[in-house]
Design a protein around this ligand. Structure first.
Ligand SMILES: *[C@@H]1O[C@H](CO)[C@@H](O)[C@H](O)[C@H]1NC(C)=O
Ligand SMILES: *[C@@H]1O[C@H](CO)[C@@H](O)[C@H](O)[C@H]1NC(C)=O
Ligand SMILES: CC(=O)N[C@H]1CO[C@H](CO)[C@@H](O)[C@@H]1O
Length: 203
């Protein structure tokens, strides 16, 4: 009995505890960034106002099993890629920030309106538009919140001469996403949990 309580037994228990905890923490708290899909997009010209209006619907999916997501405002911009490339965003739209529980998908509608004095190019022909989304998210695990992670994704949208989106499927907004790191409080708490677990296993 006493031999199993020797230094080797302790080391093994310690390593096993660390291993299981690391695995659990990785599986549970490895944050996946939200997924953004345009499900509806259509461009129409308001002839009375002489302005174009683009309405859209956006699916925002939190694919994490255990993490909630606090979304900051979603800043969207729309540009006409066939016009001169140096031109600034043609229009912007904001979807107000919201909290999203784990494994939830939210559908958010909105519209782009051209800014006063800036007419959009008339789309009497098919065109490719660029939709860019900028936001920031914080992940929530139990009582912890991660720091802010910036999101910048974009997609090209093809519209026909009527201004309707050509592809009928959803259009995914994409980017390279940096890995998530929890703040110091979170890391220290994990260390404390590991320490307590080791002490409990030992005694
Ligand atoms: C078109 O513009 C006019 C004037 O600004 C506005 O009253 C009307 O609601 C607009 N129509 C649409 C479909 O947006
Ligand atoms: C979104 O727009 C608001 C207001 O213009 C700005 O304060 C905020 O920083 C923007 N967010 C991102 C992630 O760019
Ligand atoms: C810099 C650039 O591409 N300028 C072009 C902008 O668009 C006008 C009209 O389409 C062209 O004539 C310019 O050469």
């Amino acid at each position: 009995m006493s031999s199993s309580r020797g230094p080797c037994g302790f080391c093994l228990t310690f390593l096993l505890a660390i291993g299981f905890l690391s695995l659990y923490i990785y599986v549970t708290y490895h944050a996946i960034s939200p997924r953004y899909d345009l499900t509806v997009f259509s461009l129409s010209t308001n002839t009375s106002a002489g302005a174009a209006v683009a309405s859209f619907e956006l699916d925002v999916a939190n694919r994490n099993k255990e993490l909630g997501v606090y979304h900051d405002n979603l800043n969207l911009s729309l540009s006409f890629t066939y016009s001169n490339s140096s031109s600034p965003p043609s229009a912007t739209a904001v979807v107000p920030g919201f909290y999203q529980g784990h494994r939830k998908t939210a559908s958010k509608g909105g519209s782009f309106a051209s800014s006063p004095g800036r007419r959009w190019p008339t789309t009497k022909r098919s065109a490719v538009l660029l939709v860019t989304l900028e936001s920031a998210v914080r992940y929530k695990a139990l009582a912890w919140r991660s720091r802010r992670h910036r999101i910048r994704v974009a997609a090209e949208v093809s519209v026909d001469s009527e201004g309707k989106e050509i592809a009928n499927n959803r259009i995914r907004l994409r980017s390279g996403v940096p890995p998530v790191r929890f703040n110091d409080c979170f890391r220290h708490s994990i260390l404390a949990v590991v320490f307590v677990a080791c002490v409990m296993i030992r005694f």
